[in-house]
Design a protein around this ligand. Structure first.
Ligand SMILES: [Zn+2]
Length: 445
């Protein structure tokens, strides 16, 4: 970072000849040229052979097959790889213990926000090394995700660019609450600060509290869930009036709303209330698909989460009350993703990583193809430009274009033939800094 600060300071200084002579030479932003054997730029067009990407500092300066390597540029040779925009996961939980890891069920009463943030440090690195250069973290206790985001932004911790939600918002006793304990165990009943809110007044306060303490986005629990005790997975939790209060308050604060919703009625109610995305969307119907299309609501399918709580293999890690719900949701999800793809719902890739181990996020691309019926290019779009658009970052990331941040991933082989190669990145660059592959560690943050 220091080199950019110097450049900015010098640019602001008076430009006299004497000043220029006396000032120490400003270290110019480093220029890197990537030779890409095949380029998929994220804009939806076909692959391009033998392209060059020129990166100056944090941003892409030029890209294309006819672009020359500038003199003095450090060359990164990826001429035997396929180069793509950094992947984006619109649904992760970096800050916390992974489901199935130790006593995860009681984490709420055995681990502090500091513990959650420290889990997040390791999880953030794994996620970045898996090729995911941007994530949306949709819920964490104690603002541990805000601390992690700030650490990543300051260069103290390697990790993806993060949008963070703070606490997820939900009703008393709902999916986003910590249930199954005796009254008073938390010292006080969780309220709007912790994201627990009943009625529009408390909801307005809960949204404002999350934003006050650093939230970039608001996450709500519109229906019950799989990994929560005492609720049915599909039932609507926030009522229609409460959903409208969330959306209206978030809009005034220029924040988008992501709604966890499994059941059909909750999906429809949340979409009609104006949330930006439905997370999971397990029990879709033709009518629900129609409403999502009409409202231009994004769907973030989290097929990896469904697989990991609902498959034979995955549900074995869960207590019986959760395993039964997991299997039901997973069966429905596999039908719903096809309905959504065929019905033209806008889909952004999101995994719910944390429900399964971080770093396996790119398996979602494979499931979007094998279960959802997407083409490999559609799946790549879902995890690049579509997710960037859902996050409101479409002018900064999501494609390899001049002017955008240099978030670049390379994989061996051809993902249009074999989508699983996206699970084996050989090069990861975020904002011009290389975190994995040739040149990693050559630029200090
Ligand atoms: Zn989640």
């Amino acid at each position: 970072m220091r080199r950019y600060v110097s450049a900015v300071l010098l640019a602001a200084a008076p430009l006299g000849a004497a000043a220029a002579q006396q000032a120490p030479a400003a270290p110019a932003a480093e220029v890197v040229a990537i030779r890409a054997g095949t380029l998929i730029d994220g804009r939806g067009g076909g692959p391009v052979r033998n392209a060059v990407i020129v990166i100056r500092g944090q941003r892409i300066e030029a890209v294309g097959p006819g672009v020359a390597v500038p003199q003095g540029a450090r060359v990164v040779d990826l001429s035997r790889a396929t180069v793509l925009p950094g992947f984006i996961d619109a649904h992760v939980h970096l800050a916390g213990r992974t489901i199935g890891d130790g006593d995860w069920v009681h984490s709420a009463v055995t681990e502090s926000a500091a513990d959650l943030a420290i889990y997040g440090v390791a999880n953030a690195r794994r996620t970045l090394e898996a090729g995911f250069t941007t994530v949306r973290n949709v819920g964490a206790g104690g603002f541990a995700d805000i601390a992690l985001r700030n650490g990543i932004n300051a260069g103290r911790v390697p990790g993806p660019r993060m949008l963070a939600a703070g606490n997820s918002l939900g009703i008393t006793g709902g999916h986003c609450d910590d249930n199954g304990y005796v009254p008073g165990i938390f010292g006080h009943e969780p309220g709007p600060l912790e994201g627990i809110a009943d009625g529009p007044e408390q909801i307005r306060q809960a949204v404002r509290m999350q934003v006050k303490y650093g939230a970039d986005v608001i996450k709500i629990c519109a229906t019950g869930g799989v990994l929560s005790q005492g609720d049915a997975v599909g039932v609507q939790q926030f009522d229609d009036e409460e959903l409208r209060a969330v959306v209206q308050t978030a809009r005034l604060l220029e924040r988008r709303v992501a709604a966890h919703a499994h059941g059909t009625e909750g999906i429809i109610a949340a979409a009609r209330a104006g949330v930006n995305s439905i997370e999971h969307g397990s029990f879709l119907t033709d009518e629900a698909v129609r409403v999502l299309v009409e409202q231009r609501t994004w769907l973030v399918p989290t097929l990896m989460a469904g697989w990991s709580v609902g498959s034979e293999e995955g549900s074995r890690r869960l207590p019986p009350w959760a395993a039964a719900k997991g299997r039901a949701a997973w069966a429905a999800m596999q039908r719903s993703i096809r309905l959504a793809v065929q019905g033209g719902v806008r889909i952004a890739l999101g995994t719910d990583a944390g429900v399964f181990p971080h770093g396996q996020n790119a398996r979602e691309f494979e499931l979007l193809v094998t279960l959802g019926g997407m083409t490999p290019m559609q799946a790549i779009q879902a995890g690049t430009m579509n997710a960037a658009t859902l996050l409101g970052l479409e002018h900064e990331v999501g494609s390899i274009e001049a002017g955008k941040l240099a978030d670049i991933v390379a994989v061996p082989g051809d993902p249009l033939q074999d989508i699983t190669v996206l699970q084996r990145p050989v090069f990861v660059m975020k904002g011009g800094e290389v975190f994995a592959g040739p040149g990693a560690g050559t630029r200090s943050p």
